[in-house]
Design a protein around this ligand. Structure first.
Ligand code: NAD
Length: 331
């Protein structure tokens, strides 16, 4: 165990700085985009995902292992086959609404799945991992910008599973010296986003019918992060020779009112009528979404030089163009 801890504390990369990264959920929105960036940077990548998973970005030619994160032996076999230097754990059931529809499955995939990865790391001595966690850990923000010390008071099954998974990372670190760093992000958007989230629905409705309406939500504020900025932040954490903390926020660091976002989208779809009613978003009738705002990204800025580069105006313009070109492949 001390040897294990020594390897992880110094987070030493192989001599040429290149690592082999196993990405669970590697065919998903963030996993596939990260895989491409890692490959472009010269790293080796293996993807782990279910056989149903549709690739959300071009992952052709990448090594892929098919399996279910809920099956411990499948996870262990993947770790044995890849023998990775780093794991990025992105496999999950994602989002507050979906988790409310599938609360038990969300526990299995998000909590047991994470424990399977941690257990495989412990048994095989994998030096380092990153779990893609969420601002949903914080629940409704008590202050803003919410930094990593914000209390963890999750309000949805999804947030509860992310906090539970983070607590398991803490247990495995203290008990076994297993290093899984929690990377908390906000609403990441961009080409390949697989869910009909607020902005995606507005854009698709406006593009296909010329009219997009949401009964509520104009006063909700969200920290939207372009996928390329998120991947850049995660890559910086992966490549850092040393990290001083166990949790990092990676987001844009700014929040926009959804009423203002709707105007921004409308400016990119001439002639469309987009209207969003006042008030906060609801995840179900009478069940408000947690109140959000900006995350603090000072820790990542200070330690790994993370700096988001894509303004919301530019990012949404690109996203509208992406959806205009590829609306038929968004489910
Ligand atoms: N996109 C966001 O805005 C956002 C925000 C905060 C956190 N996250 C986190 O980022 C990670 C990736 O999310 P995403 O947006 O890319 O979503 P996604 O749905 O595109 O990716 C999740 C991937 O996990 C895979 N998966 C699901 N169940 C699995 C199982 N049982 N076994 C193996 N693989 C399984 C899916 O097939 C999919 O490819 C998740 O952990 C999510 O909670 C995403």
């Amino acid at each position: 165990m001390p040897r294990h801890r020594e390897r992880t504390r110094h987070l030493a990369s192989p001599e040429n700085g290149l690592v082999h990264v196993l990405i669970t959920g590697g065919r998903g929105f963030l996993g596939a985009r990260l895989a491409r960036r890692l490959r472009e940077a010269g790293h080796r990548v293996t993807l782990f995902d279910t056989h149903q998973a549709q690739a959300r970005a071009d992952v052709s030619g990448m090594e892929t292992v098919t399996g279910d994160i809920c099956d411990f032996h499948a996870v262990l076999d993947a770790v044995d086959a890849a023998s990775p230097d780093v794991i990025v754990h992105a496999a999950a059931i994602v989002g507050g609404v979906l988790s409310m529809e599938q609360p038990a499955a969300t526990v299995h995939v998000n909590v047991a799945g994470t424990v399977h990865v941690l257990e495989a790391m412990r048994l095989r001595g994998v030096p380092r991992a990153f779990m893609i966690s969420s601002e949903e850990c914080y629940g409704s923000f008590g202050y803003e910008p919410a930094d990593e010390a914000h209390p963890l008071v999750p309000a949805t099954p999804y947030g509860i599973t992310k906090v539970a998974a983070e607590w398991y990372t803490g247990y495995y670190r203290r008990r076994f010296g297993v290093e899984m760093v929690n990377v908390r992000t906000s609403w990441v958007y961009g080409a390949g986003m697989p869910r009909l989230r607020f902005e995606t629905k507005l854009i698709l409705d406006a593009l296909t019918t010329g009219v997009a309406l949401s009964e509520t939500g104009a006063d909700h504020r969200i920290d939207y992060t372009h996928v390329d900025d998120f991947v850049d932040g995660l890559l910086r954490l992966i490549e850092a020779p040393r990290l001083d903390h166990q949790a990092y926020n990676i987001s844009s660091g700014r929040a926009v009112r959804l009423g203002d976002l709707a105007e921004l989208i409308a400016a990119n779809i001439p002639g469309a009528r987009i209207e969003v009613g006042n008030g906060l978003l609801e995840f179900a009738p009478g069940f408000p979404a947690p109140v959000k705002g900006a995350l603090s990204i000072e820790r990542a800025r200070r330690e790994v030089g993370y700096q988001p580069r894509i303004s919301l105006e530019e990012g949404m313009r690109r996203y509208v163009d992406d959806l205009r070109r590829a609306s038929s492949v968004v489910s």
